[in-house]
Write a protein that binds this ligand. Structure first.
Ligand SMILES: *[C@@H]1O[C@H](CO)[C@@H](O)[C@H](O)[C@H]1NC(C)=O
Ligand SMILES: *[C@@H]1O[C@H](CO)[C@@H](O)[C@H](O)[C@H]1NC(C)=O
Ligand SMILES: *[C@@H]1O[C@H](CO)[C@@H](O)[C@H](O)[C@H]1NC(C)=O
Length: 512
């Protein structure tokens, strides 16, 4: 009986986490922007109280041995897995493509990235010519950047030239097939009903006939629309090839990323005082690359309100989040049925910046660590980050490392900023993500593929530890370290139904 209850509980939790992960899907934005109903930011916010004063002192004054430091920063040992070797030639290309495949991708950058990989796979299944995917404007992030603005399109086409045919644009005879065309009526060439995680067979049954009749099929929505199981291994390999080899950012994103990486790898006291010219030289001279950790913090208003947790910003914050939740999700937040304590016990509250800071200290990061904050807006801004900055005075972000001029091309462009963060995260010695979601999953996968160190916070453990207000620092620290021994980037094999974009082994990785 209790196991039944437990199972339904587990199911509920699984459902909730699915909702968090596919969250941007819940905005019915495809072809109908809802900008008018999107709430404006109101000023609801008082400086939050520290939630964990009893731990802060210990965190601020701890000593970390050199041995512990060395262990923390050491690269992952070889785990016996490596990317499967790819060999392809043009034999695999269909002699006569069956038609054009067009997809429209919603969500943020990392969700779109998965959509691109799936689009290539579906084009391969159908022997279609793929049109460079169209990125929808997300109502939260509002970035109008196109595929070409973010990814190197020539590189993309060329990297996959032995796998599928890709065109930048439809030929003249199909130029009518646009977003506007599909937004203004029911069209025979639009496939609207692709089920979530549809099989290859579904595409052959339902999309191929459309392509054969009209020469083109346009699929929208197309997020999470291809299954992870029961696909031929060449299709799985192709998805990973796209994800880890064919998608590279445009030069200016890579250059900006590289500038950030260089500045993070040089000692903090120097780079603050140098101007760009001197810095370029000092980077040139000084090949001694310092190590840095990237913390991906998704503590924005959406995440905060969706979680239904209380973040100690007082009554005003509580009301504001509740209202935001109502407007945005209209009661579809399952978490609201639980109390704050229940949610914390289940590990379902995003860690606050203060909690991340304490976690990093407990894991053994010293206060002089070069730490890069990869994040969208932090709800509450600087006031909420200040505790973390106290623990890690050399914390940096884009704004603190590069000038406004260097940022002009990406300023206010959420997808481009996310791309820069992705780049910097991939180059880091350690990556730690404090919130589940697409960016977290994408980097977990990519870093696993390259055997790079990644720390995955144990949310359930941390939820419980943070609730216990009588715990001493030493005890807290030991519990944190014990609870994260096996969460540092050890390869985890994909299980049935899990995403190949989170777990690239064993589908895309071979035993060395
Ligand atoms: C870092 O921690 C050490 C040891 O607790 C302390 O002496 C030092 O003042 C701290 N440095 C900063 C910049 O906070
Ligand atoms: C695609 O092409 C391959 C090889 O040319 C062929 O075996 C397969 O049946 C084709 N599939 C479709 C759906 O056209
Ligand atoms: C909190 O931690 C203390 C010290 O480890 C322990 O004795 C106590 O049982 C814990 N309280 C709860 C509610 O878990």
């Amino acid at each position: 009986m209790s196991s039944k209850k437990q199972r339904s509980q587990t199911k509920k939790i699984a459902l909730c986490s699915l909702i968090v992960i596919v969250l941007p899907n819940y905005f019915p934005n495809l072809f109908s922007p809802l900008s008018s109903s999107y709430p404006t930011l109101f000023s609801e916010w008082n400086a939050p109280r520290s939630m964990h004063l009893h731990l802060l002192d210990g965190a601020l004054h701890q000593e970390i041995s050199n041995e512990q430091q060395a262990e923390l920063w050491s690269p992952l040992p070889n785990q016996g897995w490596k990317p499967c070797a790819e060999t392809s030639d043009d034999h695999a290309l269909p002699k006569k493509p069956r038609g054009y495949l067009q997809v429209f991708l919603d969500g943020g950058l990392n969700q779109q990235r998965m959509g691109i990989c799936d689009a290539v796979a579906v084009a391969k299944i159908l022997n279609a010519t793929l049109v460079v995917p169209l990125l929808e404007v997300n109502p939260v992030w509002k970035d109008t950047s196109s595929f070409e603005d973010i990814f190197d399109v020539d590189y993309f086409i060329n990297a996959l030239k032995f796998d599928i045919k890709i065109v930048r644009e439809l030929p003249q005879e199909f130029s009518w097939s646009t977003r506007e065309y599909y937004a203004t009526g029911i069209r025979a060439t639009r496939v609207k009903s692709a089920p979530v995680r549809a099989s290859a067979f579904w595409y052959l049954e339902n999309v191929l006939p459309v392509m054969q009749s009209y020469g083109i099929a346009a699929i929208a929505p197309f997020s999470h629309r291809l299954a992870f199981d029961n696909l031929p291994s060449d299709i799985q390999h192709l998805r990973c090839k796209v994800n880890f080899h064919a998608l590279v950012f445009v030069p200016h994103i890579r250059m900006l990323g590289e500038t950030l990486v260089n500045r993070l790898q040089s000692p903090p006291s120097i780079d603050k005082e140098l101007d760009t010219m001197d810095l370029q030289q000092s980077i040139h001279h000084e090949k001694r690359a310092g190590k840095y950790v990237v913390v991906h913090l998704r503590f924005d208003k959406d995440m905060a309100s969706h979680s239904a947790c209380d973040f100690r910003g007082g009554k005003a914050e509580k009301l504001a989040l509740a209202k935001y939740r109502q407007v945005l999700w209209q009661g579809r937040v399952l978490n609201s049925q639980f109390t704050d304590e229940e949610l914390r016990r289940q590990g379902r509250c995003p860690l606050t910046p203060e909690e991340i800071g304490i976690l990093l200290s407990a894991l053994g990061f010293r206060n002089d660590t070069r730490l890069y904050l990869a994040s969208h807006k932090v709800y509450g801004g600087e006031a909420r980050i200040s505790t973390m900055r106290k623990l890690f005075p050399f914390m940096e972000d884009k704004k603190s490392l590069v000038s406004d001029e260097e940022l002009t091309e990406v300023e206010e462009k959420a997808s481009m900023l996310a791309a820069v963060d992705y780049y910097v995260s991939m180059k880091s010695d350690i990556f730690i993500s404090a919130s589940p979601g697409n960016m977290h999953n994408a980097l977990l996968a990519h870093r696993a593929y390259e055997n790079l160190k990644t720390i995955r916070p144990n949310m359930v453990l941390l939820g419980k530890l943070f609730l216990n207000k009588s715990m001493e620092w030493a005890e807290f620290q030991k519990a944190v370290q014990d609870g994260h021994k096996n969460r540092r980037g050890q390869i985890r094999l994909r299980k049935e139904k899990q995403s190949i974009y989170t777990y690239p082994a064993p589908d895309c990785m071979c035993q060395a």
